[in-house]
Write a protein that binds this ligand. Structure first.
Ligand SMILES: Cc1cc2nc3c(=O)[nH]c(=O)nc-3n(C[C@H](O)[C@H](O)[C@H](O)COP(=O)(O)O)c2cc1C
Length: 167
């Protein structure tokens, strides 16, 4: 199965997580693409997409994703399985925690995507508000490298197992 991972990363943390996800899914053919270099066709041609972003400003999408995001409107997601992962800092940004992932989720789910890798438990996180937290669950994998980097490898591997079961 071919899986396309598209990530946006300003300081490298999201890129590292994208690489770990790719490694965990290495039994599949993986395309790993930095969104700053992505073309619309990269997403259009994909059957299975994993979209990853960090959050910047006060609950904003990572800059390169922000530049690319208007392209999402012209993509038909109805034949695709799409999963999300997001990085954030729950201590310093308690009320906008991982909002970037929520923003991507809102855009793509409105376009009819078949969402996978969602329904993720928020246990172990301490945050006030997050656009990525819908009906009591995260819409994808959340990683906090700023405060809980010791938990990241386990979170990533559990999530990729969940994903495998939904491919
Ligand atoms: C100026 C600034 C603003 C940030 N704003 C948020 C935010 O609103 N919500 C959040 O969860 N994290 C926020 N973060 C934390 C980043 O999302 C986090 O450090 C992430 O790991 C960065 O990933 P990247 O290096 O891939 O861009 C912010 C960080 C900085 C430095």
């Amino acid at each position: 199965m071919q899986i396309t991972i598209v990530y946006g990363s300003s300081a490298g943390a999201t890129q590292n997580v994208a690489e770990q996800i790719a490694e965990n899914l290495s039994s599949h053919e993986i395309k790993l693409i930095d969104v700053s270099r992505a073309k619309i066709e990269d997403l259009q041609e994909a059957q299975i997409l994993i979209l990853g972003t960090s959050t910047w400003g006060d609950g904003d999408l990572q800059d390169d994703w922000d530049d690319f995001s208007s392209n999402l409107d012209s993509i038909d997601f109805s034949d695709k399985k799409v999963a999300f992962f997001g990085l954030g800092d729950q201590e310093s940004y308690y009320d906008t925690f991982a909002d970037g992932m929520g923003i991507l989720y809102e855009k793509v789910s409105q376009k009819g995507a078949n969402i996978i890798g969602n329904g993720v438990n928020g246990d172990g996180f301490d945050f006030g508000s997050s656009r990525a937290f819908v009906d009591g669950k995260f819409v994808g994998l959340v990683v906090d490298e700023d405060n809980q980097s010791n938990l990241s490898a386990t979170r990533i591997s559990e999530w990729t197992k969940l994903l495998e079961s939904q491919l």
